[in-house]
Design a protein around this ligand. Structure first.
Ligand SMILES: *Cc1c(COP(=O)(O)O)cnc(C)c1O
Length: 398
């Protein structure tokens, strides 16, 4: 049996290093269970002959949203395999709890619904955000209203009905960074949500800097192999309970197989991030020195994402890569490149996109675990289709 299992992170204060936690968190009970790998529980329902006891447990969940002791009644309430991933991610982010969803967008949706259910429908957000996050806020699909601003404008944008301040740092796709501590300070009692998909808890733990809610597209680095879709929100117990109630009501649950893969992904998260970051920093350095490259964006916090602007046609670079995969998404073991203005941020209106610093010449690259020389050779070959600064200046003057 697996249910009493995952110890809550709060109950086990620990001075263990991140790399150790990544391998052990959410798995502490396995030895006692006689297991080495985490069990996958695919049950959609859980039998019980005691109807009164089940009714009481359903009432408890409805009233509190807290994780149930014992079997979850029905798989939309909870799942023991997914709970292991939630426990482990919370430990890495340094939060009391975490709630997993079918995707990052399902996680953001649940956060917005939790706040809207309290009548707090106004969101203050800093651009750029991931294209679909921008679209979800801007389109008002969930009855929310958004005020876009820069970090310096957040204090003035907050209203009595503001339920959330949202920022991505480093941001998708420009890798612009926000000082989380300073922003949290101006948010006061309004929860600050930081989308930590790009930095991951390996490089940055936003709650330690004053954020209340941390969002991940687990599809990216947490899974890490481009084969699982998921989302997770790390936060305090009170917010997590509200998220569990919304997840139960709206059904954006993570599949247990995805929960298993994400737990497995966390074990190698630190080594993947560290290794890919070294390569990314070196590629950023070489790109910055390349005459065909107009501008390179690489975050202070580090990480495996590099964005750069070329003098020539960015689509030629996408067409020219052979080792690097021309595809949207990020955070996989292999290197991916895409053109945000055409793909990931296509859904954001052109004017808003440009105002947020997403140039039409920008390329976004997610650096994987290949050898740096092989990646550089591929990039150089792809860049050979685009003109260098001097050549284009000469061409323009003819
Ligand atoms: C991909 C992404 C999301 C959305 O996550 P999905 O898992 O695709 O729903 C949100 N934020 C950032 C920064 C992303 O890169």
């Amino acid at each position: 049996m697996d249910y009493a299992a995952p110890t809550t992170p709060a109950a086990t204060p620990t001075a263990r290093a991140l790399a150790t936690e990544a391998v052990h968190a959410g798995r502490e009970d396995l030895v006692a269970l006689g297991l080495h790998a985490a069990p996958i529980d695919l049950s959609t329902t859980y039998p019980s002959h005691d109807v009164a006891a089940e009714a009481a447990r359903i009432d408890t969940f409805a009233a509190t949203g807290a994780r149930l002791d014992g079997p979850p009644v029905y798989a939309r309430l909870d799942n023991p395999t997914t709970a292991r991933f939630e426990t482990a991610l919370a430990r890495l982010e340094g939060t009391a709890d975490a709630v997993a969803f079918a995707s990052g967008m399902a996680g953001l949706t649940a956060v917005l619904l939790v706040r809207a259910s309290l009548g707090l429908r106004h969101v203050v957000a800093v651009r750029p955000l991931y294209g679909c996050s921008d679209h979800l806020l801007d389109g008002g699909l969930l009855g929310t209203e958004v005020t876009w601003t820069d970090p310096a404008g957040v204090a003035d944008a907050i209203r009595p009905d503001t339920g959330l301040v949202m920022v991505e740092t480093p941001a998708n796709p420009t890798l612009a960074e926000t000082d989380i501590r300073a922003l949290a300070h101006v948010c006061g009692s309004v929860p600050l949500l930081v989308d930590n998909t790009f930095a991951t808890p390996v490089l940055q733990r936003p709650v330690e800097q004053g954020a209340r809610v941390v969002l991940h597209s687990a599809t990216k680095y947490l899974g890490g192999h481009g084969d699982v879709m998921g989302g997770v929100v790390a936060c305090d117990e009170e917010f997590a309970a509200a998220l569990r109630q919304v997840r139960f009501a709206t059904g954006g649950v993570l599949h247990p197989m995805a929960g298993y893969l994400l737990l497995r992904g966390l074990a190698t998260l630190p080594v993947r991030i560290w290794a890919a970051s070294v390569t990314a920093a070196e590629l950023a350095r070489r790109l910055a020195a390349d005459p065909r490259v107009a501008r390179v964006h690489y975050p202070e916090v580090g990480g495996a994402m590099v964005s750069f602007e070329v003098y020539g046609e960015p689509r030629d670079v996408i067409a020219g890569v052979r080792l690097i995969t021309p595809a949207v998404s990020l955070g996989s073991v292999d290197t991916l490149i895409q053109h945000p203005a055409s793909i990931s941020h296509r859904i954001v209106a052109e004017g808003d996109r440009r105002a947020a610093g997403v140039s039409d010449r920008l390329l976004r690259m997610s650096v994987g675990l290949e050898d740096v020389e092989d990646l550089w050779a591929d990039l150089c070959e792809a860049l050979s289709a685009t003109p260098a600064r001097l050549a284009s200046a000469r061409a323009a003057s003819v």
